[in-house]
Ligand binder design. Structure first.
Ligand SMILES: C[S@@+](CC[C@H](N)C(=O)[O-])C[C@H]1O[C@@H](n2cnc3c(N)ncnc32)[C@H](O)[C@@H]1O
Length: 412
């Protein structure tokens, strides 16, 4: 499919809220977008939104993504050697779509799943800028600027959905939930804002989350939220797919959930962040009056400090690191927080502690736990797999090897 470009100025910020009513925008500023057909082999048009289909030369039976890109993003993909790489998927599906009572639809496991197991990979239906640059006269009040931006965004994204997307994909997209029915969002932007996953890394040098992209998927966008999620989602740029993994063992038939908001905050804070999705969370953590105190105690304690522990003295303090790791792991498992970086930090502390004690088999045990949760992450320590075998020389070559034992022995 060809690429299309339309010209731009600076983007308006669109903080999500469903409580902002539609505002009338004076006529005359609603400039029709002009879409210029471009050869799909060409990169972005300067100062323009680029409408393109990824992969750039997909066959008819290959999943594709319609993209509304800022200049530069298409080049990020064009510059990836071997792009797109193959999609990974379980040989038979391990989830199904079904009604999830008052939540609408949701996804459910069809078999027992192990922590770290791949549940699905999916190329998004749409990847779009979440706010686009518009020109508005100084006479516009803030609400009018916001509405004008939403109107222009609707035009751009619906061009992608209604005129470029494959019919089957468009049907899947338009069947998704829309919780932005009364905030000035058009129907396509409403669906995008309800179902969009944040997609970073396609705009070199841009760190502002609001200037990243929104990605909408046919299946992954059906995951309901939980503050104790049992899956995690990551984007694999090489295959241009989201990948979903179990973060703990999951029983057949259980609902698969991920978290729409950071889960190490209080119940009230989490529910405030969930406001754009138009529901109040009633998950186990939100209903447990003790949950906030448990989560707060983890935040207050911070992850176990291996460096501090290394400089402490005496055999009696040897166990203090592992006691703290066990305490925090117990709390996090109780709270269902295995998807957090905090949980990975604790596993890493246990691993390093064993290395510092010269305990290769203990270190391998922690490495295996980390491996389950990390093997799909880009920032996985490249050599972690070497530590899975207690007999591997990697343990002895680790810079912390026996550091704590030697300190206790020599007193230095
Ligand atoms: C991304 S969609 C998830 C799939 C959606 N349930 C469906 O039927 O397509 C987000 C919407 O699902 C519903 N939802 C998600 N998690 C929920 C939860 N924990 N409790 C109630 N509703 C939830 C809300 O209506 C929310 O706006």
């Amino acid at each position: 499919m060809s690429s299309v470009a339309t010209s731009l100025a600076e983007p308006e910020k669109l903080r999500p809220s469903i409580r902002k009513p539609h505002v009338e925008v004076p006529a005359g500023y609603d400039k029709p977008c002009e879409f210029i057909e471009r050869d799909s082999r060409l990169g972005s048009a300067p100062n323009s939104l680029t409408f393109t289909t990824v992969p750039f030369n997909a066959s008819d039976d290959e999943p594709v993504t319609e993209c509304v890109f800022f200049a530069g993003s298409k080049e990020v993909l064009m510059d990836l050697p071997g792009f797109p790489g193959p999609m990974m998927n379980p040989t038979t599906p391990v989830f199904r779509l079904a009604e999830a009572r008052d939540k609408g639809f949701g996804l459910f496991s069809t078999r027992d799943l192990k922590a770290g197991q791949l549940i699905l990979s999916e190329r998004p239906l749409l990847v779009s800028a979440r706010g686009i640059p518009v020109c508005a006269p100084p006479s516009f009040i803030l609400a009018q600027r916001r509405q004008h931006t939403l109107n222009q965004l609707e035009k751009a994204v619906s061009f992608s959905v209604n005129h470029r997307m494959r019919v089957k994909d468009r049907d899947g997209f338009m069947a998704l939930k829309n919780s932005h029915l009364h905030d000035g969002s058009g129907p396509v932007v409403g669906i995008m804002r309800t179902n969009g996953l944040s997609l970073e890394g396609l705009r070199p040098g841009v760190t502002d989350d609001l200037k990243s992209y929104n990605a909408v998927c046919e299946n992954i966008s059906r995951f309901n939220h939980s503050c104790s999620p049992n899956v995690d989602v990551r984007f694999d740029i090489q295959s241009f797919c989201y990948q979903v993994f179990a973060v703990r063992d999951i029983a057949a038939g259980a609902e698969l959930t991920y978290s729409y908001v950071p889960i190490d905050r209080s119940t009230a804070q989490r529910n405030e962040s969930l406001e754009p999705y138009d529901f109040v969370c009633t998950c186990t953590a939100c209903q447990d009056p003790e949950s906030d105190a448990r989560r707060a105690s983890l935040i207050d304690a911070g992850p176990p400090d291996v460096i501090k522990w290394l400089s402490s003295r005496g055999p009696e303090s040897s166990n203090s690191l592992f006691d703290e790791c066990s305490r925090q792991i117990k709390l996090m498992k109780r709270e269902g927080m295995e998807s957090t970086f905090r949980y990975l930090h604790v596993l890493a502390a246990g691993f390093e502690g064993c290395i510092a004690l010269g305990d290769a088999s203990g270190a391998s045990g922690w490495a295996a736990k980390l491996w389950d949760l990390l093997w799909h992450w880009d920032h996985l320590p490249r050599n972690l797999y070497l530590f899975l075998d207690p007999a591997s020389p990697a343990h002895r070559q680790h810079p912390l090897w026996r550091k704590r034992v030697d300190r206790d022995r020599t007193g230095s």
